[in-house]
Write a protein that binds this ligand. Structure first.
Ligand code: SF4
Length: 418
């Protein structure tokens, strides 16, 4: 351990549920459809979360469980069959249908695995029906992606070929760039999960080395390991240092010559350091408090401290997978306070007491904190933004400098008007 202070708390939580990840997953796989089996609240959540971004055509919907469904499972099954048949008739382009469980479907113990099995028999391979849970009882918002990807793993064909598998949704342009860099390093076969079409799943097997692009894919990583893949241990590709170490882990696993790695990455690193400098000037010495929500808090904290010079007051994380996070924990300064879980009231008390310069938190907490004069950054924005890789490090730093810059301008205006 890099000397962090690992603490735990539990109590009331203020986080989005796993349904939220549908917002980026449906963009990634346009031939898939995500059918939430839930309540009007679930439908509302998805619509408002998706409304944050602009999309041409929604590839998600909600099969609403009415009160009579909640009273008896028979009605719920019939209703679900009817909704699925109707949907597939209207949308013949759908190749993969994810049935996504919610709090209500879990409360009535609707077995979506059995529903998926029955529908698969009925549809006979024309459409793959899978299921996973996005329920707020069990998941925070990024865990929805873990559930969806884990559901895809059993469908992946087996291969013995040597290949690098990148796991976790990345912006397409960022992914293209990373793949071209790996190719330049001499890693010829680089595949991705999720793929860009749900029907083009990569193969997996003993020759597959996995690099996780996101830190919230614990169950997916385990399922890939069970299929013979090797999970590479590395920090995550956020910031210059994390991205370099992440790429170096792959290079090492493929026995790539260290000189080739340096000659390929060093010019990018030099350029990225120059690009980040103006933001570092703004962020250096500022105090940040990260509330738990997205599960990317620890890699972000590492980047903000080591590359932007910020002081870490507390780093909250919904859950801590120590094995996966070890390379990140090793890079944090000694004594970093890491809080696993949440008691939102206690956490807000600590925020008020410490008066940080910036708080990373969920949308629900941002407005009240701003009203108290504390600058915030929505954690969900970080999941939607293309922030991975060496080239993106300055964009990542800018996302944090923006609210501070805004506050400085507001203060100047207030002084001028006083
Ligand atoms: S799954 Fe649960 S937490 Fe998520 S919107 Fe539905 S009811 Fe709310």
């Amino acid at each position: 351990m890099g000397g962090s202070t690992l603490l735990k708390e539990s109590g009331p939580r203020e986080v989005f549920c796993g349904l939220t990840s549908i917002v980026w997953l449906h963009r990634r796989m346009p031939d898939a459809f995500f059918l939430v089996v839930g309540s009007r609240t679930c439908a509302h959540l998805i619509q408002s979360a998706a409304g944050v971004m602009i999309f041409a055509e929604p590839r998600f919907g909600t099969a609403i469980l009415e009160e009579k469904d909640l009273a008896g499972l028979a009605d719920a099954h019939e209703e679900l069959d009817r909704v699925v048949k109707d949907l597939l008739r209207r949308r013949p382009e759908i190749r993969t249908l994810f049935l996504v469980g919610s709090c209500p479907s879990e409360v009535i113990k609707l077995d979506l695995g059995r529903v998926a099995e029955r529908l698969n028999e009925l549809l006979r391979g024309k459409v793959q029906v899978l299921n996973y849970s996005g329920s707020g009882i069990e998941t925070t918002f990024t865990q929805g992606e873990d559930g969806a990807l884990k559901a895809l793993v059993p469908l992946m064909p087996i291969t013995k070929s040597d290949q690098l598998l990148l796991v976790g949704t990345l912006a397409n342009a960022v992914e293209d760039r990373l793949i071209s860099l790996f190719n330049r390093l001499g890693i010829e076969r680089v595949v991705s999960l999720p793929p860009r079409q749900s029907t083009e799943l990569p193969a997996v097997g003993p020759g597959t080395k996995v690099l996780l692009a996101q830190p919230y894919l614990t169950d997916t990583a385990r399922a890939l390991k069970d299929k013979g893949a090797q999970i590479l241990q590395a920090p995550f590709p956020l910031g210059i240092e994390g991205s370099r170490l992440w790429m170096e882990a792959a290079a090492k696993a493929f026995n790539i010559n260290a000189t080739l790695v340096s000659s390929t990455l060093d010019p990018l690193i030099l350029r990225a350091h120059k690009a980040i400098e103006p933001f570092r000037t703004q962020l250096e010495g500022k105090r940040i408090f990260l509330l738990p929500e997205s599960q990317i808090e620890i890699p972000l904290a590492r980047f903000l401290h080591r590359e932007c010079g910020m002081e870490l007051i507390e780093v909250g994380v919904p859950y801590l997978n120590r094995e996966m996070m070890q390379p990140e924990l090793d890079l944090l300064p000694k004594g970093t306070r890491i809080m696993e879980g949440q008691h939102v009231e206690n956490q807000l008390d600590r925020v008020r007491e410490k008066q940080p310069d910036l708080v990373v938190c969920g949308m629900g907490l941002a407005n009240p904190l701003e009203a108290e004069g504390i600058s915030t950054k929505w954690s969900i924005e970080l999941v939607f933004s293309p922030i991975h890789g060496i080239d993106q490090a300055s964009d990542l730093a800018e996302l944090f400098s923006r609210p501070l810059h805004r506050k400085a301008l507001l203060n100047q205006n207030q002084l001028a008007n006083a």
